[in-house]
Write a protein that binds this ligand. Structure first.
Ligand code: FO1
Length: 316
């Protein structure tokens, strides 16, 4: 059994390759929900949808989110009534959100709606678990005031300078069903190449998750989302620097050092290998750029082979 923890587009691309090299029924994904947001009276869950759309091959490849071929007529019509139009809610995507809303308004949970949506997109054999069914939202403090992460990321295109990140609701939130069990029961735990602050960070803040990871018997592996201090997409470096951290693979290793066994870094960060190994973490240096399914499958195959080589040496 493999349990992966991840967020949006980077995690989805990695997981798409992983499901090409292992049986999907062996995979559990614990997904970040701190990007969730209420808009037009609908609760959207971008990271869950991005993973389901990518794994079911319905993603809009160009954007990296939303449904392929989607249109935005609702959004255009909504502006007539003064609705905000900065969040690209597609017409087909809207059906997913309304279905999720119908389950939750009917007394169901985000876990149940996620399992049902995955089922209807034909990937029900993969267990996709929200990290929690409770309200959690990421807000960023910027020189333009405090705002929801999505507003910072989309409406203001990450232009405002970030001074702080508040992941609201994690203290009160409980792990969703099967989350802790899927950490305990995993042979391998993979931290996907997602933003360590707002995609992986919130999952690690959920009650019990971090200590289960520390005590889990499975091998814990992470893929750094940074190359020469930059992510392929998104604000990871801006947020890390905004809260006074270095934006580097070494810094990522330090954030996970209390549970991590292996960190996968890109060749462009090879010079950081020794500093990361000094933290007691094994390092695999390879090409972590995964623009398509075959490069993503190659990365997963390399990681699984590296893990087997570790097992062989450790069993000696
Ligand atoms: N990202 C954008 O850059 N612009 C958008 O308009 C946008 C709309 C959107 C709608 C639904 C959805 O599930 C995701 C969407 N995303 C958009 C991506 C989203 O902001 C990111 O995937 C995550 O929140 C960050 O990982």
């Amino acid at each position: 059994m493999i349990t992966a923890l991840g967020g949006g587009s980077g995690a989805a691309k990695f997981l798409k390759g992983l499901t090409g090299v292992i049986s999907p029924s062996e995979l559990t994904v614990i997904v970040n929900t701190a990007d969730d947001m209420d808009i037009y009276g609908i609760r959207v869950s971008p990271d869950i949808d991005t993973i389901i759309y990518r794994l079911s091959e319905n993603i809009d490849e160009k954007k990296g989110w939303g449904l392929r071929g989607d249109t935005f007529e609702f959004l255009r019509a909504a502006t007539r009534f003064g609705f905000p139009a900065w969040f690209g809610l597609g017409d087909r995507d809207l059906a997913t959100h309304l279905f999720r809303k119908s389950i939750i308004d009917g007394g169901g949970t985000l876990s149940e709606s996620t399992a049902s949506i995955a089922q209807r997109f034909g990937i029900g054999e993969i267990r996709i678990l929200p990290m929690s069914n409770d309200w959690i939202e990421t807000w960023v403090e910027t020189d333009a005031g405090e705002m929801h992460f999505q507003e910072y990321y989309i409406k203001y295109s990450m232009r405002p300078t970030v001074h702080g990140v508040n992941i609201k609701g994690t203290l009160e939130a409980s792990p969703a069903p099967l989350v802790l069990e899927s950490i305990d029961g995993a042979d391998i735990l993979i931290i996907c190449p997602s933003n360590p602050i707002i995609s992986i960070g919130p999952i690690l803040k959920i009650k019990g998750v971090r200590e289960r990871l520390i005590n889990a018997s499975g091998l814990k592996v992470a893929i750094s989302p940074l190359m020469r201090g930059k992510p392929l997409k998104g604000p990871a470096d801006k947020l890390m620097k905004g809260i006074g951290m270095e934006a580097s693979s070494t810094q990522v290793a330090k954030l996970y050092a209390d549970f991590l066994d292996v960190l996968i870094i890109d060749r462009s960060d090879e010079r950081e290998k020794a500093a990361i190994e000094a933290l007691g973490i094994s390092v695999l240096v390879t090409d972590t750029v995964i623009p398509d399914d075959q490069s993503s499958e190659r990365l997963s195959r390399e990681i699984l082979h590296f893990i087997e080589s570790l097992d062989r040496t450790s069993n000696k």
